[in-house]
Design a protein around this ligand. Structure first.
Ligand code: HXC
Ligand code: NAP
Length: 263
């Protein structure tokens, strides 16, 4: 245990897309550090495993069906969290959609599906949790980024543009909502082992190997490493940190091509 086991005792967290991949490990780690956790995504089948895991830690968990693109469903989702737990302290905007497609071939619906989930969804859910965080005089919002948000993102025009928007939204909300005691930060993963994102983008073993060679720490990340970055940002150690983007990518985005070095 890196952080104190009761770090988040008494706090309630909502994790969008919290039933699979990185989101499920974030949900698990928040619960393991004392939070009551609500998990929301479109398909309730995705929640079964993690809800059982959290309950086996002795923590309460709530599984909700909601599409982050639908303001009506998001309002209901937030109300369900408040009805069950009576408060809401932490939001992790983790839900995302992504697929490889050349911009030339990308249909408007394909562009819109990803931008709606990633950027519009993060805005809709953040705005929906605001009233309860304002009433409580505090809260924490964590947005999940992607390293290609500040580089060119070939075959990922939709996701690159949406994640870039999420990082700007992070900074803007951090300023606008600081007066309410709400901190807004982002955590940006590099490629993470065993996730849908990596299987969609790096299904080809040669692409995967080339990616690992481009990472100074020479490995993909672990899901837990994203959750631990979030725990830091939620902890009192980060009480003076807002609008920050914490990059967890083994140095990949530094672009440190090592001339003369092997591999
Ligand atoms: C081209 C595609 C496509 C593909 C969908 N579309 N997949 N176009 N290539 N592979 C197009 C469809 O044809 C349609 O356009 C439009 O996108 C909407 O498709 P739907 O299937 O109706 O959308 P929807 O059911 O809303 O699903 C959203 C989705 C889907 C994003 C398309 O893939 C999804 O639900 N993804 C969630 C899981 C996920 O993506 N996880 C990865 C996150 S990882 P037309 O014109 O035909 O109507 C990540 C970063 C990874 O974000 C970084 C790793 C390093
Ligand atoms: P994942 O397992 O596919 O997680 C995405 C989640 O979002 C799913 O649980 C999905 O659940 C949910 N979701 C999708 N559309 C939704 C919608 N409209 N409304 C509500 N929920 C929705 O992907 P992952 O690879 O773990 O990625 C998690 C996060 O990390 C994403 O923000 C991603 O961009 C980011 N990231 C990942 C990597 C990586 O290496 N994997 C790298 C950089 C950034 P439902 O299908 O049930 O809705």
């Amino acid at each position: 245990m890196i952080f104190q086991a009761d770090l988040l005792q008494g706090q309630v967290a909502l994790v969008t897309g919290g039933g699979t991949g990185i989101g499920a490990v974030i949900s698990h780690e928040l619960a393991r550090h004392g939070a009551q956790v609500a998990i929301a995504s479109r398909d309730p089948e995705h929640h079964r495993g993690i809800i059982g895991e959290i309950e086996s830690l002795g923590q309460e968990a709530l599984a909700l069906s909601a599409d982050v693109r639908r303001p009506d469903q998001v309002q209901t989702m937030v109300q369900q969290v408040l009805d069950k737990f009576g408060r809401l302290d932490i939001l992790v905007n983790n839900a995302a959609g992504n697929f490889l497609c050349a911009a030339e071939q990308l249909s408007y619906n394909g562009w819109k599906a990803v931008v709606d989930i990633v950027l519009n969804g993060s805005f809709i859910v953040s705005q929906a949790v605001l009233p309860s965080m304002k009433t409580q005089k505090g809260g924490n919002i964590i947005n999940i980024g992607a390293t290609y948000a500040w580089l060119a993102a070939p075959y990922l025009a939709h996701s690159g543009a949406a994640k870039a928007g999420v990082l700007n939204l992070t900074r803007t909300l951090a300023v606008e909502w600081a007066g309410y005691g709400i901190r807004v930060n982002a955590v940006t993963p590099g490629p993470i082992e065993g996730t849908e994102g990596v299987s969609r983008l790096m299904g080809n073993p040669q692409v995967r190997e080339a990616t690992i060679r481009s990472i100074p720490l020479r490995r993909l990340g672990k899901k837990e490493e994203i959750a631990w970055a979030i725990l830091y940002l939620l902890s009192p150690a980060a009480a003076y940190v807002t609008g920050h983007n914490l990059v967890v990518d083994g140095g990949m985005c530094l672009g440190s091509r090592q001339y003369g070095a092997e591999g």
